[in-house]
Design a protein around this ligand. Sequence first.
Ligand code: HEC
Length: 159
Amino acid sequence: MGVDWKHKTIRACIGLGLGLGMSAMLATGAAAEGLVKYEVVDDGVPQSLTGKPGDAERGRKVIINRKQGNCLACHAISVLASEPFHGEIGPSLDGVAERYSEAQLRLILINAKAVFPDTIMPAFYRNDGFTRVMKKFRGKTILTAQQVEDVLAFLKALK
Ligand code: HEC
């Protein structure tokens, strides 16, 4: 119990550093696009942000890009084993499409804090609620609506 708690705290601290760094540094993705309005239904966002399905291959690139998704900083994904440095701060994303519906995964990507209130996972499609964001990043999301859908297309294949 005690050991587990300590371990979690250490992981959370590493993650917090990463998470804070990321929301400051990485909020570059979505140029000046206005935020697409989305509707949360139960615990998910059922409608595509772009009105179309995403592209899994483009999603893979966003996931491994250290300046975009940077998901591997915190998550391991076996099918991307050839990529270096898979983090252990978050759970492995193997089989994630079996644990969550598409709508749930979309909400986790848009704003992980809506699903895991205390998480250090960045909200990839939110442009408010950040403190002390550098001026040039204000009003911008980490990923564009299209990139969210592309990452989602990749995650949906992780069964
Ligand atoms: C700074 C670390 C960090 C980054 C970067 C990050 N995540 Fe996470 N993620 C987490 C943590 C921690 C959790 C576990 C939820 C919690 O905090 O309780 C999580 C949970 C998840 C879950 C739910 C997994 C499950 O099995 O419950 C999904 C899906 C997910 N992340 C996808 C992604 C994707 C895709 C990216 C990149 C676009 C990403 N995450 C980037 C830390 C991160």
